[in-house]
Design a protein around this ligand. Structure first.
Ligand SMILES: [Zn+2]
Length: 134
């Protein structure tokens, strides 16, 4: 088990066999404000996982997965493709999905649209939507 991700090791357990993506997620997590890091670290229902290449979709998605034990009610699921795309796009998508998780898929301040809210919060964290995606 990787332990080189410091305080985020528990959150990054799913990436022990996908280090490139794990490093990208760790890079975003490290850049977050302390209160956001604490929110994720202190919530046992918060998880970050990855899905295989075969799943068709545009990018990662925040899923509220209803599991029998109710343990995974606040999950970020990331596409492996985020390891091979350009770093700026990968970091942006990861930050955008983490922003959704932080906002519980809700609005943020004046940003009522959850997508706009996630983009704006990601931008404030230092990961703006890149002009060119790949
Ligand atoms: Zn979104």
């Amino acid at each position: 088990m990787s332990s080189h991700w410091g305080p985020f090791s528990r959150l990054l357990e799913a990436f022990h066999d996908q280090e490139t993506l794990g490093h990208r997620v760790a890079k975003v997590l490290s850049a977050l404000p302390p209160e956001v890091q604490d929110d994720f670290l202190e919530d046992p229902r918060f998880r970050i996982s990855k899905v295989g290449r075969e799943v068709p979709s545009s990018h990662g998605t925040v899923l509220a997965l209803p599991t029998p034990d109710g343990q995974c009610s606040r999950c970020v699921v990331l596409k492996q493709r985020l390891a091979s795309c350009s770093e700026s796009f990968g970091l942006y998508v990861i930050a955008h999905e983490l922003a959704h998780a932080y906002l519980r898929n809700g609005s943020w301040g004046e940003y009522q649209d959850p997508e706009e809210a996630a983009d704006e919060l990601a931008r404030q964290w230092g990961f703006p939507r890149p002009r060119r995606f790949f």
